[in-house]
Design a protein around this ligand. Structure first.
Ligand code: NAP
Length: 308
């Protein structure tokens, strides 16, 4: 069996950057892409805050460029989803295909995925009006009435994007104040197609074949909001289920790092982690890329110190 010096799990900015630093240090690196190759940026629109792109860059294109750079430098890539890590003398990374890959070290860069409301109608109407991605599905609601659920930057971004096509966009938020930053809030409030629905919780997605509306609960009681599209944008959870019982996790599911006087080593020596699976605070591509760099450098140091 081929033994890699580093197996990177995840192919977002943290994963590719860790891979780049690994191969540049002369190590054999395999990146396992996961169920959403390229990660969260592949479903955003234009990225304006990643340095080096004066006119902004499409998220999917940015990820393609990172992958190409890593592959050009010698990173190997494998499609697959990791189901577990065996803690033998070296690590055994177990894929959903039942394949096992041996690694001297592992960098977990699995990122985060969308949270859902888990209310009646959500699963049933997924793809029939209920969505988690305006960029992917917004066009289906040209001149229609849609709702975005949430109050963070993602919700605002989704609403502004949808307002380009839809006739009307409601933003349904459970409080009377948005969490999104002030600049984005101003853009939202300035858009005449967007209307806020404050202090409202969504209780049910209504409709049989297709979404017909939302059952809302506010201080006065229940209300029906008629929409044909609803976009859930209520945050993200770290993709770390497969690490339960392997490394120490925070209550939120984020990976604990900083062991053995490093920044990126987890509670298991030789397993490192970087990016949104660790980061509760910043959750930005540039921060994830920086963390991937740290993980790549710390792995190299760790392997060298062990004489591997
Ligand atoms: P977020 O900042 O955690 O916001 C989640 C929103 O959903 C909050 O307003 C929250 O309400 C609401 N929410 C959570 N659970 C809910 C539930 N069960 N029912 C109803 N509402 C619920 O998540 P995000 O908007 O996905 O953003 C994640 C991170 O990415 C943030 O750091 C954000 O700044 C960043 N981001 C940046 C950009 C950019 O810079 N261009 C774009 C998108 C995201 P409460 O406010 O009441 O808690």
């Amino acid at each position: 069996m081929n033994v890699y010096e580093i197996v990177v799990i995840g192919s977002g900015p943290a994963g590719w950057t860790a891979g780049i630093y690994g191969v540049r240090a002369g190590l054999g690196v395999l990146v396992i892409e996961g169920d959403q190759p390229g990660g969260q940026l592949t479903i955003t629109t234009k990225v304006d805050n990643y340095p080096g792109f004066p006119d902004g860059v499409n998220g999917a294109e940015l990820m393609e460029k990172m992958k190409k750079q890593a592959v050009n430098l010698g990173v190997e890539v494998k499609r697959g989803v990791v189901k577990g890590i065996g803690l033998e003398t070296s690590f055994l990374v177990k894929l959903n295909s039942r394949e096992k890959i041996e690694a001297r070290s592992v960098i977990v860069a699995t990122g985060a995925r969308a949270r859902w409301l888990e209310i009646p109608g959500e699963k049933e109407l997924m793809g029939k009006g209920v969505s988690g991605c305006a960029t992917c599905d917004g066009m289906f609601f040209k001149d229609g009435e849609v709702a975005v659920i949430g109050g963070g930057n993602s919700a605002v971004e989704e609403a502004l994007f949808l307002a380009k096509f839809a006739k009307k966009v409601y933003v349904v938020h459970r409080r009377d104040e948005l969490r999104a930053n002030k600049t984005e809030q101003k853009r939202l409030f300035d858009n005449s197609k967007i209307e806020m629905v404050w202090n409202s919780k969504v209780k049910e997605f209504l409709g049989k074949e297709n979404l017909e509306g939302l059952r809302l609960m506010d201080k006065e009681g229940e209300k029906i909001l008629k929409v044909e599209g609803a976009f859930v944008a209520i945050g993200r959870d770290p993709a770390t289920e497969f690490l339960k019982g392997v490394v120490e996790l925070m209550e939120s599911g984020h990976v604990k790092t900083g062991f053995l006087e490093t920044e990126t080593m987890t509670s298991v020596e030789g397993i490192f982690a970087a990016g949104d699976c660790v980061d509760k605070t910043f959750r930005q591509a540039i921060v994830a890329a920086g963390a991937g760099c740290k993980a790549g450098m710390e792995v190299e140091k760790w392997l060298t110190n062990r004489g591997e």
